[in-house]
Design a protein around this ligand. Structure first.
Ligand code: ATP
Ligand code: MG
Ligand code: MG
Ligand code: MG
Length: 467
């Protein structure tokens, strides 16, 4: 089943269950200034869940373009390292606004997976929040999942904490337990079932997360039952596509294989398994959609996230031996894959190409020089060593290497970065600029550290909380 068919089968299934098909919203949240990017399907419905907004429907279904780079959810550091993470991905979802609750939500998901997508039942595992006996009973008695494949998460016996299967919108407001559905990709892949110490492996992959908004948390932390509980679910399109196309990695699905071939074409790479191609394929989607939604490369906030992603892609191209602008030429391939589902992408193709090309030309001038300096420094270091903060700052300040770009390269060599030294060098430079009466803080990029939400180069798994 092609990725495009999987998407439409999902939407049509929920349409047949009286859900209104709602268009994906922008990657820039319309109603939430605290959120950098739309990172899940529920974002456009946030005010509907809290009751601030109403819609002419009580059931909705979407294929939502989502981005997890920068902000609270950051999967940028996972790209190229796991089989299941992208920066940009599509989240398929069904939503109930005070209409159906746990039983139907669970039944719908099971029906879709086992009768429309025809997945073998014995490959599916589920988790529930450890106190959620209701969900446990539905899975066990109504659906018939054997007890050994229903895992209670959060009793602190397993590897994960309670918060991982308990979702909340914020410190106060709607919240409730989750139930996740995992697919077992088989013993050839390393990893253990959810909740086990080996769950970080890629054998058991979370495909769908069902959130049951059941309570309203007040400012003292007390949970009050919501008069009209809601449902919010999210399934990664690329993950279910991997399952349905009998491949393990998201990067092996039809859509990604085409983009990887395109990246190979533009970088003259013959080895299609090269990891850099995956990163480039991931990043061209993210960058194209960010630009479509109005982000342009810049020095702070959303624009700096975009710049960081572009520059990461360019350095992977450089690593493959491509020293000329190439990245913008992949936009046509993204349009070929996704233009039918997202007409706005096709409409803005030329603009996206132009924005990327300009940014590429800009970075090209310093990328090579910066890489030489970095390579010289790395040649003197061995695994486990730390690259000094001053060098990291020079790369940043003079050559336009965002901190996380340098970190990404160093990570491949097992070298870490002196972040403190970097901060001190930055501070020193600011003071010098101030003293000399120049308020412009640097020549390349004014990294303030405020908006980019850099979280170190090892992502902290924040679990199932969607926002
Ligand atoms: P994981 O634990 O694998 O990182 P998650 O628990 O962070 O996933 P959710 O926040 O529950 O993910 O999002 C709902 C669904 O969206 C997931 O079950 C998964 O199918 C998909 N998904 C989440 N993050 C990504 C990503 N970075 N790339 C592709 N799909 C994703
Ligand atoms: Mg995650
Ligand atoms: Mg998870
Ligand atoms: Mg989850």
């Amino acid at each position: 089943m092609k990725t495009a068919d999987i998407r439409s089968k999902f939407l049509n299934f929920f349409h047949s269950k009286n859900h209104t098909i709602v268009k994906s919203s922008s990657l820039i949240p319309a109603n939430d200034p605290t959120l950098l990017f739309t990172n899940s399907g529920m974002v456009q419905f946030k005010d509907v869940f809290t009751g601030k907004d109403t819609r002419p429907y009580k059931r909705a279904t979407t294929a939502q373009r989502s981005l997890r780079a920068g902000g609270k959810h950051n999967d940028l550091e996972n790209v190229g390292y796991t089989a299941r993470h992208h920066t940009f991905f599509e989240m398929l979802g069904n939503f109930s606004f005070g209409d159906y609750f746990k039983e139907e939500a669970i039944q719908f998901s099971w029906e879709l997976l086992t009768t429309v997508y025809m997945l073998p039942k014995e490959k599916l595992w589920v988790t529930v929040y450890f106190e959620d006996d209701q969900a446990y009973d539905i899975w066990k008695n109504k659906i018939g999942v054997p007890e050994e494949r229903i895992i209670r998460i959060g009793d602190n016996k397993g590897a994960r904490y309670a918060s991982d299967n308990f979702w909340q919108m914020a410190d106060t407001g709607p919240c409730g337990p989750c139930s996740e559905i995992f697919y077992d990709h088989g013993p050839e892949v390393w990893g253990g079932p959810p909740g086990s110490p080996e769950e970080d492996g890629d054998r058991y992959i979370e495909i769908w997360n069902l959130v049951f908004m059941q309570f309203d948390r007040d400012k003292d932390g007390v949970l009050h039952p919501l008069p009209h509980p809601c449902v919010d679910t999210g399934m990664g399109l690329e993950r279910i596509a991997a399952v349905l196309q009998h491949v393990h990695s998201n990067y092996d699905i039809d859509l990604f294989q085409h983009l990887i071939q395109a990246a190979a074409r533009e970088t003259n790479t013959s080895d299609l398994t090269n990891n850099s191609l995956k990163v480039i394929a991931d990043h061209i989607r993210a960058c194209s959609f960010m630009i479509v939604d109005g982000v342009i490369p810049g020095n702070e906030g959303r624009g700096y996230v975009l710049r960081r992603i572009i520059r990461r892609a360019l350095r992977h191209g450089y690593q493959l031996g491509q020293t000329k602008p190439f990245f913008h030429r992949l936009v046509a391939d993204v349009v070929a894959e996704m233009g039918a589902a997202y007409p706005e992408l096709a409409e803005q193709q030329e603009r996206v190409v132009a924005v990327l090309k300009l940014e590429e030309e800009r970075f090209q001038a310093t990328l090579e020089k910066g890489m030489k300096i970095l390579e010289e420094n790395l040649a003197t270091l061995k695994k486990g060593d730390v690259l000094d903060g001053k060098t990291v700052f020079t790369l940043y300040d003079t050559y336009g290497f965002p901190f996380d770009l340098t970190a990404d390269i160093c990570r491949e060599r097992g070298v870490s970065l002196d972040e403190k030294g970097f901060d001190i060098a930055m501070q020193h430079q600011r003071e010098m600029a101030r003293a000399s009466g120049k308020f412009k803080t640097n020549q390349q990029l004014s990294y303030t550290g405020d908006n980019t939400d850099f979280q170190g180069y090892v992502t902290l798994e924040t679990g199932s909380t969607i926002l």
